[in-house]
Design a protein around this ligand. Structure first.
Ligand SMILES: Nc1ncnc2c1ncn2[C@@H]1O[C@H](COP(=O)(O)OP(=O)(O)OP(=O)(O)O)[C@@H](O)[C@H]1O
Ligand SMILES: [Mg+2]
Length: 500
């Protein structure tokens, strides 16, 4: 990026105070530039020779280095400073000052990693613009790095819940192959987490800084899918009004995730095989091919082997894609993970009115474990989300589950109607659970111990329940009456009976 006067720049970021190293063997030059930068609020470290710069770089970690190319009247020592600065983590932006204005020296500076260069003599305004651009660039790079880190965190293995033997096997495979370039085929029923696994393979690989491009092969008709994947040249077919870069090229340096690969039409299977073999793509209507460096992950919920047997999927392509296979278990094959998944999907969720973390009744937990979950984790996640919206209390009861799931509920023993154990004193302000272990706080509600005749028992439990709801809602009687679906007068009467 070259900085020239005569055009206005409007940086999208407000550049804050920066640490700037200034290295030049002309004392007057150093003084003048330092003054200008200090006036803008920057902290300037001036050097009039190369001595000590290297150590100071490590010590102070500047945001920007402005250095002359020829220092101490010797050969291009400025380039050494550029190299040392580039090795810092994170590296500062670098502006090179060239005395002779030769194109070669400028090119050399840029090649060594300088962000920009300034030819002597330069105007101070020109310097200020150059500094502003360099600092804006550094801030954007830092922000980008941070965003990528966040993204990576999202796909850390801790976000993929499961401790059942089949899930432990999945984790073992993911760890084994993530940081390789191996082609991986992810198999599993719909909603078992195939895309989640694909993303975590990418974000835990050396390609994490590159793009992750998913494409659902079943979502587009054959000709559109072809130009989407491979790109096309303008005029290659009716409607190709401009050149288009395909997803293979877009994913260069990263990962291409071919979802629902089993639905890929036969002609495209052949083209895909060629790309995998030759590592180059040819756009539709193009004679020349472009080299691409892409890792291929694919997924399917179909039985690819039987598609191969029926002649609907190329055998050679199957073997190419299936270098490593990861089998995701269906949810019913790992029912022991259900309490963990409940905790995972309820984490950080608070009941809207009561502002309290959710708990789950024992009957609900039993129902969730009994249901067969044909839509697997996706269906499960939706059921939990729905329940958090519908639940009248910060307790999820079977009535809050979708009707199809409710059908798997065990016999109603009344434990849900009188949730005495919902929250005991002192638990009302408990913070939301933040780890799978802690989230065991989502305890099933115990069936209360019966005592005396049925009428007394019901009365006692009713009182306890009313007190509990009242405590949960921090003494708000109107809200308590509303949730209990009784009038305020009834509530007062029942409360006075309990204090008798
Ligand atoms: N083991 C898991 N832990 C936590 N969340 C999961 C897990 N598996 C799946 N999910 C969640 O379930 C939902 C569905 O997952 P995903 O889209 O990866 O499934 P899929 O197998 O690609 O589904 P489909 O075949 O329908 O495309 C996502 O919200 C995902 O985050
Ligand atoms: Mg998917």
């Amino acid at each position: 990026m070259f900085c020239r006067l005569g055009f206005a720049i409007n940086p999208p970021y407000v550049v804050g105070v920066a640490k700037i190293f200034l290295v030049d063997d002309e004392l007057t030059m150093v003084q003048m530039v330092a003054e200008v930068l200090q006036a803008d609020g920057h902290e300037v470290f001036p050097f009039t020779s190369v001595n000590g710069v290297s150590e100071a770089l490590t010590l102070h970690q500047p945001d920007l280095v402005i250095t002359d190319l020829y220092l101490d009247r010797k050969s291009a020592q400025g380039l050494d400073i550029v190299r040392k600065a580039r090795a810092l983590s994170p590296p500062p932006a670098i502006i090179m000052i060239t005395g002779f204005g030769t194109v070669e020296s400028a090119v050399e500076a840029m090649k060594a990693g300088a962000f920009d260069y300034l030819e002597k003599p330069f105007k101070l305004e020109e310097l200020k613009l150059c500094v502003q651009r360099a600092l804006t660039h550094t801030e954007m790079v830092a922000e980008n790095r941070q965003l990528r880190k966040e993204l990576k965190k999202q796909y850390r293995f801790t976000q993929i819940v499961g401790t059942s033997p089949p899930m432990l096997e999945v984790f073992r495979m993911v760890e084994l192959v993530a940081d390789t370039d191996a082609t991986v085929l992810i198999l599993g029923e719909s909603g078992t987490g195939k895309e989640l696994i694909a993303r975590s393979l990418h974000y835990n690989s050396r390609r994490a800084q590159g793009p992750f491009i998913p494409i659902n092969c079943s979502a587009l008709p054959e000709n559109l899918l072809e130009s989407e994947l491979f790109g096309h040249r303008k005029g290659a077919f009716t409607g190709a009004i401009s050149d288009k870069v395909g997803l293979f090229q877009e994913a260069d340096g990263g990962t291409l995730f071919l979802d629902e690969i089993g639905t890929m039409p036969a002609p495209l299977q052949s083209r895909l095989l060629r790309v995998l073999q030759e590592k180059e793509v040819r756009r539709v209507g193009d004679n020349s091919a472009t080299l691409v460096n892409v890792r291929i992950l694919s997924a399917t919920n179909e039985n690819l082997e039987s598609l191969v047997k029926n002649g609907r999927f190329r055998e050679d392509l199957y073997y190419r894609l299936n270098v490593i296979a990861i089998h995701l278990p269906s949810l019913k094959e790992r029912r022991e993970d259900i309490p963990l998944l409940v905790a995972h999907f309820l984490r950080d969720k608070l009941h809207a009115r009561a502002n309290l973390p959710f708990q789950v009744s024992r009957r609900t937990m039993e129902t969730l474990c009994a249901y067969h979950w044909p839509g697997n984790v996706r269906e499960f996640e939706n059921a939990i989300q729905r329940a958090t919206v519908l639940a009248a209390l910060p307790l999820i009861r079977t009535r809050d589950l979708p009707p199809a799931v409710q059908a798997s509920a065990p016999r109603d023993d009344g434990s849900e109607e009188i949730p005495e154990g919902l929250l005991t004193a002192g638990e009302t302000n408990r913070p939301p659970p933040n780890s799978a272990e802690q989230s065991c706080a989502i305890t099933p509600v115990d069936t209360p111990m019966a005592a005396g005749n049925l009428k007394d028992f019901i009365r006692t439990q009713e009182q306890k329940y009313i007190e509990h709801v009242l405590r949960t809602l921090r003494g708000d009687k109107e809200e308590t009456a509303r949730i209990l679906e009784i009038s305020l007068a009834t509530l007062y009467r029942k409360l006075s009976e309990s204090s008798e």
